[in-house]
Design a protein around this ligand. Sequence first.
Ligand code: C6P
Length: 418
Amino acid sequence: MTQPSTIAILSGVGFDVRSVRDDFPALHQEVHGKPLVYLDSAATTLKPQTVIDTVSDVYARDCSNIHRAVHLLSQRATARYEDAREKVRSFLNAKSSIEVIFTRGTTESINLVAQSWARTFLQEGDEVLVTELEHHSNIVPWQIVCQQVGAELIIVPMTDRGEILREAFEERLSSRTRLVAMAHVSNALGTVLPVEELIELAHEKGAVVLLDGAQAVSHISVDVQALDCDFYAFSGHKLYGPTGVGVLYGRERLLEEMPPYQGGGDMIRSVTFAETIYNDLPYKFEAGTPNIAGVIGLGAAIDYFTSLDLDAVHAHESAVLRYTTKALESVSGLRLIGTAPGKVAAASFLMDPVHPHDIGTIVDSEGVAIRTGHHCAQPVMEHFGIAATARASLGMYNTTEDIDALVRALHKVQELFG
Ligand code: C6P
């Protein structure tokens, strides 16, 4: 197979991947005696030095609790924490920073909406719509709340290419649909959902829409006002930021009418045994000491990410994904799972009869890190009648050379399994 050189692809989109790679120390190591090729960014992205330094600096200089003390360290930590909120607001183009709630990650953001909004406002006979390609984090919280209130979970099926089509969505939508919860991008397949038109359809029926943006934020520009979504959830660690920190964007009107998700410090204005008055947004939803260094580190990740030309980043990733698809198709006996047009950043595949875990182990011994398993999306696996896939997923630092290394490692798999 003739493939364009890395340099040709990279100069074609004007993105300096070499300089970006220099910013990520984890890339510059050997595993099993081979240079690391990291193709597992959908699980978590690597962190640039500036994020690592920022988190370390918070603990070294400004280690203090926030919103609680008058001393200087606390004031500095509080200012940096609230600066990060403004950075997230601007990144998502939310109207106001009070619409930005810090959580532990996408999972907690979705559970917050399920247990606060849905548990309060849904009742027996109501319907919650999810799609067949959701991550478990966007299925189980809805199952729990549907059981609690007697609502029904309705599933929009996907096609064999892994697409969610408007017609299938419209068919399942009804006047009983109170909430639509769907991925912006599928983690197992890389499918980008046509969320703009689906949100419009859902709103016509009066439903509230939550987007699971875990796999979208680092690959697609997100503008919550343009999308007109009601809730948007994402994790910092998939956006080159720290683990243990995430975001729930919520429309102010909805957040105002929602009860707190958890009770504790900082989410109250006053407490007596007779009555507790809750704090204003966004603090009403941030009970207890938050992941202060993580939030500030997420702010640093957003600064780093948005300092790049994001159109060029996205074009680079598309070019590498196109190269990946072609390269994998050239491996005999390899079957791609998920072939929706316009997909981003992930290629799931099988090499029957080799089990995906064996593929993962063998390519790891060649220095190539991929993920294998059901990717916390078992209904997707069920659709294809399989238990697991091998998944190569991309970050902005990946190159076509990484993909060449993956293909060489897959040839080793073939050699070993005859
Ligand atoms: N997907 C993957 O390897 P947390 O764990 O809360 O940061 O994110 C959960 C989550 C929710 N939605 C989608 C679409 C996701 O991809 C994920 C995390 C990782 O695909 C780990 S399972």
